[in-house]
Ligand binder design. Structure first.
Ligand SMILES: [Zn+2]
Length: 415
């Protein structure tokens, strides 16, 4: 009897923990045939009605995530455009239920791990722990608060030798909440520079580092508690059924010019005005305050294996595009050397798709950071859900790329 009561209590607890979890029953991933220019442009023009997991690109297929409610209209749309497709995932809920679960946290020891996905509380605790343990190397800072009042917590890593005119690197991740593989890359970089300082001394001594592992903490937390594939912030802009802004279309650079939407329900909704989101405002203000010292801005996303640089809003290359591409290629080469993961490098609009109001474009134009990149990490699982066992291989190979970026500026900083 006692056992049954305990089992019932446990079941009730588990049910409560999952009560808010959205089910993806009947949600599909559609994979289109390779697209010629005409079909690609036609499909891209409908982007504010579709959730592209992989966008239309010349000669390649697009991947579209579709709810059961949207399915008839999306299928009709594809038929009208004469675009063939296959059902890559017929029922996302089944795939999620059958996939490797995120392991439970260990008790004791450090707050994060690279064999499981860490929630925002664990990530923030890790930053605080490091500041307590390595007070001469680490300072915890804040770029402001999210809409729901979470800290935009970041870490500054500096050997405090008092040398002025040092270069600096700024890294952020998870502006898009569902891209879970991104924060581990930021955290692994922190861990290597701080907990493995001796091995990376050259990079820490020559440069100051700022790392903000989760720039959209409300959305990120929401992907753990409610909707695994939530992308945007959590602001209410007039329609409670369609919350959130795509913060990576919300920056004050060519806002709403192209590749972003005025539709509140779109995954690329640019917001009611430029920098409407507290998360965008926080990052802009922080980067402005340190921008003149910063050599490199890296923002981690998934997925697709791209190292992208400005511009996203135009096909006209930046004046210094060749320099940006050349450094990006060197980083890509180092990543590939680890286990063969290949990245494509180039201007955002040119190699991937148009975006405007992105943090990458604004970091260059608004904060004056010459070398600004978006890194689209590898896919896993159905795309945004690599199993936890995939974290370590991705973070270790990516860090080799980060080292190449950093060495470039470390050498300059010493001259
Ligand atoms: Zn993204």
């Amino acid at each position: 009897m006692r056992v049954a009561a305990a089992a019932l209590a446990l079941l009730a607890l588990l049910a409560a923990a999952h009560a808010n979890q959205k089910t993806y029953a009947g949600y599909r991933l559609l994979q289109t045939q390779p697209l010629d220019d005409e079909r690609g442009f036609a499909l891209a023009a409908l982007s504010d009605q579709l959730d592209f997991w992989s966008p239309p690109r010349r000669g390649e297929g697009a991947t579209i995530f579709v709810s059961p409610q949207e399915l008839p209209s999306v299928e009709a749309m594809l038929k009208r455009l004469d675009i063939g497709y296959e059902v890559a995932v017929a029922d996302m809920q089944r795939v999620l239920a059958a996939s490797e679960p995120n392991p439970a946290p260990r008790t004791g020891g450090r707050a994060i791990s690279f064999t499981r996905y860490n929630n925002i509380t664990e990530i923030h605790a890790y930053l605080d722990d490091l500041a307590a343990q390595y007070p001469n190397l680490v300072t915890v800072l804040s770029a402001g608060k999210s809409l729901e009042g979470r800290d935009l917590k970041l870490i500054k890593i500096s050997n405090s030798d008092g040398r002025t005119k040092k270069g600096a690197i700024f890294i952020d991740a998870a502006i898009h909440a569902r891209e879970w593989i991104a924060p581990p890359v930021a955290l692994y970089t922190i861990s290597q520079l701080v907990e493995n300082y001796e091995a990376n001394k050259d990079l820490v001594d020559a440069l100051d580092w700022y790392v903000l592992p989760v720039i959209n903490p409300d959305g990120y937390e929401y992907t753990f508690t409610n909707e695994r594939f939530w992308r945007k912030t959590r602001s209410n802009n007039g329609n409670p059924a369609c919350l959130g802004v795509d913060a990576n279309r919300n920056f004050e650079d060519n806002w709403l010019v192209i590749g972003s939407s005025t539709n509140l329900c779109s995954e690329t909704y640019a917001g009611p005005s430029a920098a409407s989101e507290p998360e965008t405002q926080g990052l802009e203000a922080f980067l402005k305050s340190i921008g003149s010292d910063v050599d490199l801005y890296l923002t981690f996303h998934s997925y697709g294996q791209y190292i992208l640089h400005p511009w996203g809003y135009t096909l006209t290359p930046a004046d210094d595009a060749e320099q940006l591409t050349s450094l990006g290629l060197a980083a890509a080469k180092a990543i590939e050397a680890v286990r063969g993961t290949k990245y494509t490098v180039g201007g955002s609009a040119d190699v991937l798709y148009y975006t405007s109001g992105s943090s990458q474009d604004w970091a260059k134009s608004g904060a004056g950071i010459k070398y600004s990149y978006t890194v689209e990490l590898p896919r896993g699982g159905t795309g945004f859900d690599p199993p936890a066992s995939a974290i370590l291989p991705v973070v270790t190979e990516t860090f080799e790329g980060v080292r190449v970026f950093a060495r470039f500026f470390a050498q300059r900083s010493q001259h």
